[in-house]
Design a protein around this ligand. Structure first.
Ligand code: ADP
Length: 440
């Protein structure tokens, strides 16, 4: 029992004792006890009403002079109020500091609620997204940034990858936008000017594309002469081996240049989101042809099985899909010994997506190699890759083709156990042929 309650109880007991004593002397204990309890209650009720009036008036500093336990309650409430006031002041200062520092950020920051309505934004966001001070709060962010890719990005509940798009108000600039969810469905939109990085990347791409393009003509001339020399019966014996080596190396260089040009074209298409060229592709027929071609490759494993569990077609580029699928099958052939086997599967999944799987029993990949094999020129064993005619660009091309078709590449593998390369296409890319052969 705390001090105030103890004192109140002691006072009550003393009052009752006095009442009993007086009652005993006067010969009427009940009457005096009743009077004492009644008086005690009335006293408390009176103090309670003063206390209530003080609380209702906002418990201000002009404290009523209340006795006993009521006085203690009043000072306790005042202490609590002082503490909460100083805490509020501290938080207010913290928020002021945060706003001041985020106002100085070179990056735009916008706080959004669950409906993408603007709760707050900093100075940089004013400049970058064209938001105006207080009047734009409470409005939806899509009223200010209307680009379709931004609307898709901000309205997607799962989008975590940053979006790169042209700056809405600064021609020639590019922004990276990232959404960071926090609290109850709120999110923080961070806008960064990445013009410099985009320019460097563009220069790199242009350089690779131009260099590859420029190399094509001299390589064609070289291959032409070397083709003729290899076939020439009058070629001096001592030149036989060097010319054959030059011929093979030129063919390899031509393949690398072709691969680099394909990658440049795919990257340029991705940038323009070039889906207009999408055609309906008969994947089952394509896979049947790819299997036949694989079996004709010298050294191909005897078993190349094709399981067509779906008749789905795809919406996309026939030549790009063919190149990606052939690449995966060619790799399986290259990295699987003759006594091994390859299983190709085309099947629909429960969620409406479709999957192309290439499973082999070949040399496999270690977990650390898996994330790297889609990088350009990455080869686990470059000597072996060269021996089997690899350029190190195949899987990079596969990755870009799949990205252009909104698909994912999933690789599972264990060294010595074989690998499984799976391409999963979303339902939006599926086309079903009807009976007349036309596509719905
Ligand atoms: P390459 O032309 O060298 O085959 P890719 O880009 O197609 O280049 O593949 C990159 C590397 O990934 C290859 O060098 C090889 O080490 C590895 N790889 C690809 N496919 C397979 C596979 N089915 N089994 C084992 N390793 C593979």
């Amino acid at each position: 029992m705390d001090n105030a309650t103890y004192k109140a109880l002691a006072r009550f007991v003393a009052l009752m004792t006095v009442a009993v004593l007086i009652g005993f002397l006067q010969g009427n204990i009940e009457l005096y006890l009743l009077l004492a309890i009644g008086g005690f209650l009335l006293w408390h009720l009176w103090n309670l009403s003063r206390f209530e009036a003080w609380i209702k008036a906002g418990a201000r500093e002009d404290v009523p002079d209340l006795p006993g336990v009521w006085g203690e309650l009043v000072s306790f409430i005042i202490r609590l109020k002082r503490r909460s006031r100083s805490r509020k002041r501290r938080y207010r200062n913290l928020i002021k500091e945060y706003r001041k520092s985020s106002g100085a950020f070179p990056d735009g920051t916008v706080l959004l609620d669950g409906q993408n309505q603007i709760l707050w934004f900093n100075k940089a966001a004013t400049r970058m997204l064209g938001l105006r001070k207080a009047s734009d709060r409470g409005q939806s962010i899509v009223n200010f940034v209307r680009r379709p890719e931004f609307v898709r990005f901000i309205e997607s509940p799962t989008e975590e990858e940053p979006l790169v798009m042209p700056a809405p108000r600064e021609p020639g600039h590019f922004y990276s936008l990232q959404r960071v969810p926090y609290g109850r469905k709120q999110s923080l939109l961070l806008v960064r000017d990445i013009t410099q990085e985009v320019m460097v990347e563009q220069t790199r791409r242009d350089f690779v594309a131009n260099a590859s393009h420029e190399l094509r003509t001299p390589l064609t001339v070289l291959s032409g002469y070397l083709d003729a020399m290899v076939e020439d019966p009058e070629l001096a014996e001592s030149w036989g081996d060097p010319v054959r080596e030059m011929h093979a190396q030129t063919a390899r260089m031509t393949e690398i240049v072709a691969g680099l040009l394909t990658l440049s074209r795919l990257e340029a298409q991705e940038e323009q989101e070039n889906l207009a060229e999408a055609e309906s592709v008969d994947v089952p027929a394509m896979l049947t042809a790819i299997r036949k071609e694989a079996l004709a490759v010298p050294g191909c494993p005897a078993t190349v099985e094709l399981n067509l569990l779906s008749d789905a077609w795809l919406l996309g580029s026939e030549s790009d899909l063919r190149s990606a699928f052939s690449n995966l099958v060619e790799n399986a052939v290259k990295y699987t010994p003759r006594q091994g086997s390859i299983i190709l599967t085309w099947e629909s999944r429960a969620d409406g997506s479709v999957e192309f799987r290439v499973k082999d029993t070949g040399i496999g990949l270690s977990p650390s190699e898996i994330p790297r094999v889609t990088e350009r020129f990455y080869r686990v064993d470059s000597g072996r890759s060269r021996d089997v005619g690899g350029t190190g660009l195949g899987l990079a091309i596969v990755k870009h083709v799949l990205r252009g078709h909104d698909a994912n590449l999933i690789i599972t593998s264990l060294p010595g156990d074989g690998s499984c390369f799976s391409c999963v296409f979303p339902a939006s890319r599926v086309a079903k042929p009807d009976e007349s052969g036309a596509v719905r």
